[in-house]
Design a binder for this molecule. Sequence first.
Ligand SMILES: C[S@@+](CC[C@H](N)C(=O)[O-])C[C@H]1O[C@@H](n2cnc3c(N)ncnc32)[C@H](O)[C@@H]1O
Length: 219
Amino acid sequence: MQTQHLEVHDLYQLWADGYDEPVNPLVKAEEKTLGRLAFDVVGKKILDVGCGTGRHTIRLAQAGAEVTGVDFSDKMLAVARKKAEGLQVRFVQADLRSIPIDESFDMVTCNLVLNHVEDLHAAIREISRLAKTGGRILISDMRSDHWWCTKKRIRILPDFTTSGFRHRQADYKAAFAAAGLKLDLRKKIYVSCATASGLRRKLLLKFFAAGYIFELTKR
Ligand SMILES: C[S@@+](CC[C@H](N)C(=O)[O-])C[C@H]1O[C@@H](n2cnc3c(N)ncnc32)[C@H](O)[C@@H]1O
């Protein structure tokens, strides 16, 4: 079958029901590292930008936070809503480049999303706007110069590509500084190379981080 290119929104509409299974190795590795950072959240107001099927939204709500999840895919949100039944979570369907919320949050998270957004500065500005002064921001992203990405495309499903943009470390740092965010910690995410096929891929995974996590404070 020929690879088909889909817009980001359409790809997640198609993927929503299968997104949580089987667990993707990058997602698993990110969760392990990020989970350790998102502690002490009881009673905190948290915004999860690009929340998808609620992987972090639900974990944070179960840990006692008051969470709002934002995503532009109603199908991803429908899966999240079902998983969040009985929990105190609010979901908002919106594009993260212009979030219709006029409140500020103790913590804003945005996980594995920004590689889909071309204008990194605009996205980080919006994330910063929604954080309180002194608030925490946790951002994780896949490193988009691995073999699964070409210059403006990412293959995240076997038969489909979607838009993916190469944001380098320097691009992130510039966007953080411009949005008034202080970078406190940067962690690399390494994915297990056991499942990769071929020596080149195994070596790439062993020696090159597959993603990053940034922990920041709003000045
Ligand atoms: C790889 S999933 C990550 C979902 C979730 N954050 C997680 O870590 O499991 C990317 C999510 O970002 C959402 N997304 C991508 N671009 C977006 C945009 N411009 N506005 C809102 N949501 C967006 C997609 O709909 C999808 O749910």
